[in-house]
Ligand binder design. Structure first.
Ligand code: PZK
Length: 300
């Protein structure tokens, strides 16, 4: 067993956490899910694109809120992680925090569970919205719609009173709401100018040893957000996902029953999907993804 494996702490659907005491290593794999099923075929560099996007946004939003990122440079990693091949570009060394018990979701557009709740009740998380909004429509203003992590898969939307009780401190809850809305406002306007609509996004925060709120997890990636191409945006129905639509369309044409196992992905679907991830990186950052790979010592 490798030194790193001994430090394994937790697994997400497509990520792993390794324990280094006061710090931890978050590693994004190339695994991809569609229709809630992990595909048997990885998308090369997907984990690196998501890590690159998080690192990009952490740097750009550091003036709004401190974040947990220490380094993505493997020479700065603890010895047990420094030598592991394949970590370059896909791993973040982060500060260990005491995590907040809510997911801080911000919605600028009506999609997913927000659309369903609105369609069925006229409200999302207890927030009444105007009548007559259509699926994928831009909201009059972005809304904070907290959720809790369900042990089995999907998040559960909760109202503000429940979220306040979980956080346990009204001032801290209001800080989470304000920081989340400010982050979304900043990132969504930046992305919109570059051809990407961030329809909604989920932030996770923690508290550091000084009691300050710190932005954690991945941030403003296409795995933690809905990214839509701005070109062709048309409310009144579902919008194509910037990253996964090519894969979803292919899967739909296979008449797969959406139960595991998913079919193996052909090379052209893998390449096309990889291209969507790297295109999102280039649109948002203005540099080719190959520049990120070179800067971070990723060798073919
Ligand atoms: C933490 N997760 C989610 C689960 C993943 C990520 N800075 C932090 N301090 C303490 N705990 C966490 C973090 C962060 N980020 C994040 N769970 C705990 C998660 C599985 C795999 F990569």
């Amino acid at each position: 067993m490798s030194e790193l494996a001994d430090r394994h702490e937790a697994s997400g659907k497509v990520r792993e956490i390794y324990n280094f005491g006061d710090t931890m290593l978050l590693v994004a794999s190339d695994r991809i899910s569609a229709f809630d099923v992990i595909m048997p075929t990885p998308i090369p560099d997907k984990g690196r694109v998501l890590t690159a996007l998080s690192a990009f946004w952490f740097e750009r939003t550091a003036e709004l809120v401190p974040n947990h990122l220490i380094s993505i440079d493997p020479t700065q990693f603890p010895a047990a992680a420094r030598e592991t091949p394949d970590l370059a570009g896909r791993a973040m060394l982060v500060k260990r925090l005491t995590m907040m018990p809510i997911e801080c979701v911000v919605r600028g557009y009506l999609a997913g569970s927000g659309w369903k709740d609105y369609r069925d009740t006229g409200s999302i998380c207890g927030l009444r919205l105007p009548d007559g909004l259509r699926e994928s429509e831009r909201l009059p203003r972005p809304i904070f719609t907290p959720a809790t992590k369900a042990t089995s898969g999907h998040d559960i939307n909760i109202d503000a009173e429940t979220a306040r009780l979980l956080v346990g401190d009204d001032a801290r809850y209001e800080m989470l709401e304000r920081l989340s809305l400010d982050l979304y406002e900043h990132a969504s306007s930046f992305a919109r100018e570059r051809g990407i609509i961030i329809a909604d996004t989920k932030f996770e925060f923690g508290i550091d040893e000084t009691g300050q709120l710190v932005l954690a997890d991945e941030a403003l990636t296409s795995d933690s957000s809905r990214f839509w191409p701005a070109e062709g945006y048309a409310p009144g129905g579902a919008q194509p996902a910037f990253d996964k639509q090519f894969l979803r369309d292919w899967l739909e044409a296979q008449h797969w029953n959406k139960q595991p196992p998913a079919p193996e992905l052909p090379d052209d679907v893998v390449a096309g999907t990889r291209g969507r991830y790297t295109e999102a990186y280039q649109l948002l950052t203005g540099e080719p993804f190959s520049a990120y790979l070179r800067r971070n010592g990723v060798t073919p």
